[in-house]
Design a protein around this ligand. Structure first.
Ligand SMILES: [Zn+2]
Ligand SMILES: [Zn+2]
Length: 272
């Protein structure tokens, strides 16, 4: 599966053309957002080759430190702030509270978001930073993923950017693939362990499936978090997790209704 926001925007457009008008509202919003983000990904001049030449997979695996450094994104207030304003204008269609920060703060807040998974300025600012950084994070991941033995990572957070997974693809009785909510890298992780807190006592873990057994929600009673996903063995056709996570807000509602949440900020010391 190719790793470009343009392909995702196109997959969304195709999907929208196949569903009833009244179900398309949220997806049309996403489609326009991803088309905007795709434009930015295509315009980036990010080149990580020099950094990758010095990269040590051994150290990466041993320390558990995600591979991508924030500084490699080379954001500057001059270019990043006008971009934030464009993304904010789009997000306000659905999230009226979104506003962009002062120009001088924009890169600082992006950096804080990258390292802590929160800007510390509320959920609207966090939503803005997540969307605004996607072109850089997807592009960095696209360049880096071929150089890293991703399936040897086996941690619950992203091997490239350190982000939390927000979708899982069950591939066998033993394994699933987790999808990073930030850079959309996929990596292998065992079933039967919570990716967020490491809990592996069967009594503390559970899962719910849709009637057809295709979609599911895995929950952890130790940390109270959930992750939604799909079982690739029961899925008809090719499963595109980047698309599926946008098509399944109902799974999130139902997990939240049962009292589970998505993890937000990183635990201290998990990522530096
Ligand atoms: Zn990531
Ligand atoms: Zn947990």
């Amino acid at each position: 599966m190719s790793h470009s926001l343009a392909d995702l925007a196109e997959a969304l457009a195709t999907h929208i053309s196949d569903i009833p008008e009244e179900e398309a509202d949220l997806l049309r919003f996403y489609q326009a957002l991803f088309a905007l983000l795709a434009e930015q990904q295509a315009a980036l001049t990010l080149d990580l080759d020099a950094h990758l030449a010095d990269f040590s997979p051994k150290k990466w695996k041993r320390t558990g430190e995600p591979a991508l450094r924030f500084e490699w994104l080379a954001l500057t207030p001059e270019t990043f702030h006008p971009w934030l304003e464009r993304v904010a204008a789009h997000l306000r269609q659905r999230l009226p509270d979104v506003s962009s920060p002062a120009p001088a703060q924009s890169v600082q807040l992006a950096k804080r978001y990258y390292h802590e998974n929160t800007t510390g300025e509320g959920s609207a600012m966090d939503a803005l930073m997540l969307s605004a950084l996607l072109p850089w994070l997807w592009e960095a991941a696209r360049q880096m993923m071929l150089h890293l033995p991703l399936d040897e990572w086996l941690r619950g957070y992203c091997p490239i950017c350190g982000g939390f997974p927000d979708f899982e693809t069950i591939v066998s009785n033993k394994w699933r693939r987790l999808l990073c909510e930030r850079c959309a890298t996929e990596w292998r992780f065992p079933n039967g362990m919570c990716p967020f807190c490491g809990e592996d006592t069967p009594d503390m873990l559970g899962f719910y499936t849709t009637e057809d057994d295709v979609y599911r929600i895995d929950v952890c009673d130790s940390c109270g978090s959930y992750i939604k996903g799909a079982d690739s063995r029961r899925f008809e056709g090719t499963l595109n997790p980047m698309l599926e996570r946008l098509l399944t807000p109902g799974l999130d509602y139902s997990a939240v209704e049962q009292g589970y949440t998505r993890p937000e900020a990183f635990e201290e010391g998990e990522d530096a």
